[in-house]
Structures are given as C-alpha cells and as structure tokens.
Design a protein around this ligand. Structure first.
Ligand SMILES: Nc1ncnc2c1ncn2[C@@H]1O[C@H](COP(=O)(O)OP(=O)(O)O)[C@@H](O)[C@H]1O
Ligand SMILES: [Mg+2]
Length: 324
C-alpha cells in the first residue's frame, strides 16, 4: 500500500503538483511491519496490546534492549526508521525546542565517540560542552540530558562511522558505549543502524553483539511477497497521477534493473513516472523507462527495458550476466 504523508493530490492537479506528490510518496513494504514487530521486543505492550514508549527492562540486570538495523547504503534504512517513528503515535522526536521521548541522531563520517556525545547533548539543548572534556565526561553529560529530557528511545543512524579505525579513534570505546547505553541509571532502548561494517565491528565484542539482535534489510527477491507489494505500489502511484502502464511487467523490470535494491528501485520507478509526466504521456512506455534508466547509468546495448517479452528477456539478461 502506498500511503499519503503530507501532500494530497486533487483531481485537477498540474504536472508540477503531481511530480511533487510523487517525490513525497513512501512505499510501504513488508519490512515496515517487521520493524514494528522488532520494536515490540524493545518496548512494553499494554493490556490492550498497544505498544508503549516504556522500554522493556530486564528485572535481573536493569538493562534495556538494543536492535541493529543493517543494509547496504541506499537500502532504505533511514527512510524506514524515520517513517516508522513518524507513524507510531507513542514515539515523538525530541529536539532542542520540542519535547519528545525519541532522539534520532545521525553520525557524520568524521565523528568520534566523544563528538557523538556532544552532538546528542546539543540536540537535547545542552550547548556548552567543554571541548576539553574527556570522552566519559562527555557521555555523562549526554546521558544526563537524555534523563532530563525523558529520552526512552535513542536511534543512532550511520553508526558504522564510529567504527572507522585510525589515530585518535577509539573503536573499542565506541562499541562499549553502545552497550552501556542499555545499562546504568537511565538505560534507553537503542537502535543502531548502519552498513555491514557495523555488524563486523560489533561482532568483535560478544557482550555488545548479543545485546543488539540484527534486523537485516535484504533485496527484494523476484516473485516474493515484497515484489508484489512493490508492483501494487507502483501501479497505484501511476494511476494516481493519471498514467497507465503500457507493459504490465514494468515493475518486475525495474526491480531487476536495480538488483532488487528497494531504495534504488523505488527512486527509479518514480523517475520513470516523472519522465512520462514531463513528456505529457498518458501511458508509461518501455522506451521512456529506458530513457530514464540510461540518463542515470548511461546508454547500454541491452537493458531490462528492451521491447521484448519479459520472460525471454530476463532469461537472456541473466544468462549474459547483465548488470547495470
Ligand atoms: N519505502 C520507501 N519509499 C520511498 N522511498 C524510499 C523508500 N525506501 C528508500 N527510499 C528512498 O531511497 C533512497 C535511499 O534510502 P535511505 O533510507 O537513505 O537508505 P539508507 O539509509 O539505507 O542508505 C532515499 O532517496 C529514500 O527516499
Ligand atoms: Mg541512511
């Protein structure tokens, strides 16, 4: 199902309005429900079966729980996390001025574990971190701020940046910090998201590793349930902007072209619709799909958008080891 977020589309919408509407479309896939199921392992469910923002705490150790969201760059980790948190009313994003129980922080490439503490503290309104503070002092401040602001869920996106090796970089300390967030006076439920390097790094510390169960975003396999969801979403989006698909195998071709990578496939699908709208079409043609694809990856002698039966084309592309 494709769900509307902020913009809505009226019957007489203009092409620019349709394009803006498309840009804002989120494709809900089966992984969305899988993430919610994972959240219910981190948070208490009330008597009505509703998720609460109260972290589950182990009565014997006082510890909360972690989750590691993994996927290649462009897999859709950030989109999935942000969308899910926005849709769940029990979680509200906090920033300096707005109260909320959820802190979403993105680790920049050059960050160290200490600079992450400063970033967290700052996002929670503490701007006077002493630049000479030691790492553990910076974390004391960050954790104090989380307690003060009532943070119960901490999401750390692009966490793999913390595990880059090099002089002055404390990879072990970073992994220890991930674990200690789940412990102490104010333990928070913590989601760390990143690429496979994150899993590899954390694996070196079994204590942290077992506290962060893995949720891997995989590619969309051909003919899978998610592939069908993708097909439906693409068809719905096309219909909404007044386009029909000239060739009903277009969704399968888009998935094949992008090797089943959801973020890339969704963006290619949207771009194809935009190309068609800009060309004033009422139908999405394979030719327009190819033009869009070639604009991103360059011209190629053969592509999944060639005018041929998809079954035969797919077999020949696969046999030839085709790759964009
Ligand atoms: N479910 C989705 N619906 C719409 N767009 C998506 C979806 N998942 C990913 N995208 C788009 O794909 C691109 C990559 O997604 P992103 O979440 O940034 O990947 P990651 O964080 O894994 O690197 C973004 O442009 C994003 O808007
Ligand atoms: Mg991301």
């Amino acid at each position: 199902m494709t769900t509307t977020t902020t913009t809505t589309l009226t019957d007489g919408a203009t092409v620019p309005e349709k394009i803006e509407w498309l840009a804002d479309r989120y494709f809900r896939l089966d992984r969305d429900d899988a993430l919610i199921a994972r959240l219910s392992r981190l948070f208490v469910t009330d008597a009505e079966g509703e998720l609460t923002p109260r972290p589950k705490v182990d009565p014997l150790t006082g510890e909360t729980r972690g989750l590691m969201l993994l996927g290649d760059s462009g897999a859709g980790k950030s989109a999935l996390l942000k969308r899910t948190l926005r849709m769940l009313p029990m979680f509200g994003l906090v920033d300096r001025e707005i109260d909320g129980n959820t802190l979403y922080v993105t680790v920049p490439p050059e960050a160290t574990i200490k600079s992450l503490a400063a970033r967290i503290a700052k996002q929670l309104g503490y701007i006077d971190m002493n630049p000479r503070a030691k790492g553990h002092e910076a974390w004391d401040v960050a954790r104090h701020q989380m307690r003060k602001r009532g943070t119960s869920l901490l999401v750390i996106d692009e966490t793999h940046h913390l595990l880059r090796k090099g002089s002055g970089r404390d990879v072990e300390g970073a992994i220890q910090t991930m674990k200690s967030l789940l412990q102490g006076d104010w333990p928070v439920a913590t989601i760390v998201a990143g690429v496979d390097k994150l899993r590899d790094g954390v694996m070196t510390d079994p204590e942290t590793d077992r506290r962060f169960p893995k949720f891997q975003l995989t590619r969309i396999a051909e003919d899978s349930k998610e592939a069908h969801t993708f097909r439906r979403s693409l068809q719905l989006c096309a219909e909404k902007v007044g386009l029909s698909l000239e060739n009903e195998t277009l969704p399968e071709r888009v998935l094949f072209a992008e090797h089943g990578e959801p973020g890339r496939a969704i963006n290619l699908a949207k771009s194809i619709l935009v190309t068609s709208l800009e060309a004033g079409r009422t139908q999405v043609t394979l030719h327009d799909a190819y033009r869009t694809f070639a604009a991103a990856y360059g011209e190629m002698p053969t592509s999944p958008f060639a005018d041929a039966s998809w079954d035969a084309l797919r077999t020949s592309l696969t046999d030839a080891g085709w790759s964009r």
